[in-house]
Design a protein around this ligand. Sequence first.
Ligand SMILES: Cc1ncc(COP(=O)(O)O)c(C=O)c1O
Length: 445
Amino acid sequence: MKTFNLPGPKARSLIERDNKVISPSYPRGYPFAMERGRGVEVWDVDGNRFLDFAAGIAVVTTGHSHPKVVQAIQEQAEKFIHISSDFYHEKWVELAETINRIAPFSEEAVSFMTNSGTESVEAAIKLARSHTERTQFIGFLGGFHGRTMGSIAFTASKKVYRHGFFPLMSGVVHVPYPDPYRQILESLPQEDYGDTVVRYIEEQILTKIIPPDDLAGILVEPIQGEGGYIVPSSGFFPALRRLCDKYGILLIADEVQSGIGRTGKWWAIEHFGVEPDIVCTAKGIASGMPLGVMFARKRIMDWEKGAHGNTYGGNPIACAAALATISLVENEYMQNATEVGRYTKEMAEEILFNKYSSIGEIRGQGLMIGIEFVEDRVTKKPAEQLRDAIIENAFQQGLILLGCGKSTIRLAPPLCVTREEVDEALEILDKVIMIGEGEVNTIAA
Ligand SMILES: Cc1ncc(COP(=O)(O)O)c(C=O)c1O
């Protein structure tokens, strides 16, 4: 296993040019300058090879430049690139029909196409207000839903996303996410923590802050992404669904990161046996082409002509890439996400958790796996510095990783990842956790 000395000369020069002309707001963690990619492998401009366990923030579902996705893009580009959402075309309808087939509810699904995750969330907020004629929402602490002025009102994972941008859209109250590892609320004896959170919403929020008749929707990530790859307590979604049914509140699932087979099912909410009313998706749906979809039960998507729209919605190339992606996920990669995801978690537990007490928890579903680092397993104090050192050292060893939450590393490779690639990544992780622990302890001493 060789250690690179990054950035190399070409990367350094590109980054210098970038620094002059690209917004400094982008949160770049380390200097990876990409030249090309294939499957789970990527190469930088200096010819160094890496394993990509971030997949462009859980986007390149089918791996980098999958030949079938490339072919679908090329074929569509030859025919036409754009016509606008004012007109009709085959791929757009075909994609909406496909979404209808795989939607996580028994009623028919109607789709609104967007260009990103945040735009899917904006569309869901507007649809919920329009359909219910109510104005208020509930979001969750640690949630991430995007950075535009509507979605940012829900995003509550880091203060930097909000600092300097007030006033945000009004009408959002945040409650604790049902994180079984870090419980903020006190449960009753024998009570599932998910039930505790829903009881808190009903007994506290709905009686003191938002009258139920004013509450349009509850926006929630079925597995929290940027907040720390947190799988909620098992009772949470069934209790939340009951609450929504009781008061006529829309359950809006933000599947932007967790959807499209990443967790081993089309939608992460399916793991909890609950049907949402509105779903937001983006990221993994088109293997990297910018596309999002906000879809809802047909009876809910009842807004009038002109109430919402966009120029690029249903872009033909993005739709073609999405159809190719969904077909690949359906035929092989969703199953792979289940099997290789289980293998990854088991091996990470065997090789890493048992060896390093700085690992507080390994959790996740399918290929959405989080490794949380703590100062010790009793206090669970987040080991932020250690996590950052591990990510930086992994990069120097040829492994692309991203953090999430305060001190968690996400393992979110393309869904085509193999066991051999997982073994290689875990070998690097083993080495860099050891190096990281040494570095952080040296600084502390
Ligand atoms: C759950 C979730 N929702 C929404 C978004 C926003 O997506 P985008 O960056 O495409 O606007 C993200 C992005 O990370 C996300 O993880």
